[in-house]
Design a protein around this ligand. Structure first.
Ligand code: F6R
Length: 242
């Protein structure tokens, strides 16, 4: 067992998981209306985002008005508006459901200098109040693929084959980029607080690797245990072997 004094593990029944994470996020917004957070796309957060839209309609209007949402990662090489783009997906899954939405900072991948876009996004990713992350089947967080290091800044990265395969399965081979830009592990570790969202039996073994074995570049999520305020929101299936 790895010592992790900053870790809070919340294991939730599948039926309560999204509601609990959404309510926890709203609590952060109430405590700090100017919350600056980074957000992932993907299947894991989608039910949380759907719930947030419902709560936004039912609850306090304008809860998100002063907040800033910084996109966690983006593919490089897909045209603006492509349905596979992370900025498009988070707009559909979350931002369009909030009235008004938070200020949104996408990753400007459309110019001809992705390195410069990454450097600009590194500035946007500095000083986050909350980093919200999903967990890749290979242990990635954002597009910090295996081999990433704890001092990595926001940068242009080559995607792991398994990440490309996941994109191909979802969007088709014609739309599978080989590169992306991701907020780096260093910026995530600097955030005031980090949440790792993990659901489903298929993530159980990589979650166990991340939390219960010594940190290492084979599993970038394992570096999150360095954080003093890390909350893992896992459903019972994902946490089954912890
Ligand atoms: C996506 C992202 C990725 C995903 C991870 C898990 O913006 O940052 O790291 O969080 O690949 O994806 P899902 O949730 O689809 O299993």
């Amino acid at each position: 067992m790895t010592a992790a004094p900053g870790l809070r593990l919340e294991v939730l029944p599948e039926g309560q998981w999204a509601e609990t994470v959404a309510q926890a996020l709203l609590e952060r917004l109430v405590a700090n209306p100017r919350l600056r957070l980074c957000l992932p796309t993907g299947d894991t957060p989608t039910p949380v985002y759907a719930r947030l839209a419902v709560l936004d309609r039912a609850g306090r209007p304008g809860a998100w008005a002063q907040a800033t949402a910084v996109l966690l990662d983006e593919w490089v090489g897909l045209p603006a508006g492509d349905p596979a783009r992370c900025d498009r997906r988070i707009t559909q899954d979350l931002l369009d459901g909030l009235a008004p939405p938070p200020r949104f900072i996408p990753i400007e991948v459309d110019g001809d200098d992705p390195e410069a876009a990454a450097a600009r996004h590194d500035v946007a990713a500095t000083g986050l109040d909350l980093g919200v992350l999903g967990l890749g089947m290979n242990g990635h967080i954002g597009f910090n693929e295996p081999g990433s290091r704890p001092d990595d800044p926001t940068r242009l990265v080559r995607l792991a084959v398994s990440s490309r395969d996941a994109a191909t399965a979802r969007y088709g081979a014609a739309r599978t980029p080989t590169a992306g830009i991701t907020i780096g592990v260093a910026r995530l570790l600097e955030a005031h607080e980090v949440w790792l969202l993990v659901t489903g039996e298929r993530k159980a073994s990589i979650l166990r690797r991340a939390l219960r074995e010594p940190e290492g570049p084979d599993c970038p999520a394992s570096y999150l245990l360095r954080h003093r305020r890390l909350t893992v929101f896992a459903d019972e299936a994902a946490a089954a072997t912890l």
